[in-house]
Design a protein. Sequence first.
Length: 479
Amino acid sequence: MFKKQITTAIVTSILMSSLSINAQEFKSPVPTPSLQIQHDQATTWLDQESYLLATNAYLWGSTLVRMEQIARQYTDMSQAQNDTSYRAPLNHFGHARRLPTDQDTDMPTANRDTLYSSAIVDISNEPMILSTPTVKDRYFVIDMFDMWHNLFKYVGTRATGETSQEIMIVPPYWQGDVPKGITVVEAPTTKVWLWGRTQVFGEKDYPTVHAIQDQYTLTPLSKYLSQDPAELISPVLPPQVGEVNDPLRFYEELGAYLKVNPIPKRQQALLGQFNKIGLSKNGFDRSKLTLTMKLQLEKAVKDGQEIVSAQSSNPVTLKMKDGWYYSFVLDQFGDDNALRSLIAQPYLGGQGAKEAMYPITYTDSKGKLLSGHSQYSMHFKTVPPVDSFWSITVYDAKTKMLIGNEIQRFNINDQTPIQKNKDGSFDLMLSHQKPSNSKQFTNWLPISTGNFYVITRLYIPSQEILDMKWTVPPINPMK
């Protein structure tokens, strides 16, 4: 009503001027107090709408921004790489050559059971063929993630078996001739992250694992057909978008990455709503925003980060027993964008429940935060019923890194020579102080002086685990 009255006044003024009427003979209507209140209220509601839309944009788009950042980080070869790094040029595999310690900080919540392999693959120009060797004596997997962190294909022990594979990864809607004997997998986006794990049986086993890793190869379709032996020259991805100190940099990045990544059909309507905050498939236009709207967008990023972090204890998406949280949806997000964003942050590269489960706990059986000021025990009636392997690993709660200790023991797994009880059960001890009892020492998992958390890894879990008929025992404080 207010805007209509103002518009009428402006139009009337122009008409009067054109008729040479003295401006003093015409006075614009002054908004009444009631109209001014309505205008102020409308402005407030519009600001709140901008905030809500921006928050949803963060929850929805933060995964894409994260994955595009990872693509650049994992292909950045500007500095020398250590032997736990899996960085490599675009369209090449990089391989970690040894297990990480507390001194290696490239990967949060890193495991101590497998050596990682990684490749960022650009299929925008042509398909890429992934080749894997026959692997019979150990677990391995290569996961295919799109730029929305959708795990759309497993290659490895459980999914494709132990025999060699040749898989052609094609971009969305690709059409063309397929070489004989090649399996075709259509990727949802034109960039793909390949994330591999190859089981290692201690340091003496490194050469064998390295030989397997070296047989994970990528070949462009044109080179595959021509049998061209020349080394593949890798292009370089454009640098990360935006300025470091720009409070709206997230939206600049999201807008840029939306231009080059297909939007899932079911979420295109959601993107359409973001036009009101200057965000569309054509990028981010901040010129459409008022100063107040910009402040709302800045606030939405901060609050969106908190909402994402809170998903780690969301009872809707997680099951809990004895203090352990279980997730069965790491490869089945659906429209839960906040959960998707969470997984793409500290749990980047997590797999679905049939491939692996990662029960996690931050508290003991009494509900208190795990702390190095206490000692704890875990009683296993049986070994975890898995078809591959299992492990228990502790991490520093602040850094999310492995915890340094005097004996360089970062986890206990199925290869550890655990001392068992007469009935086949066994007890693990978690403490900062080294135990004097020899049996406890063998089963000892060192922890930090501060707060820590624990992850159990269960690779190719049995149906008993998937049905939660077998669960990880509680962490009990010792008297």
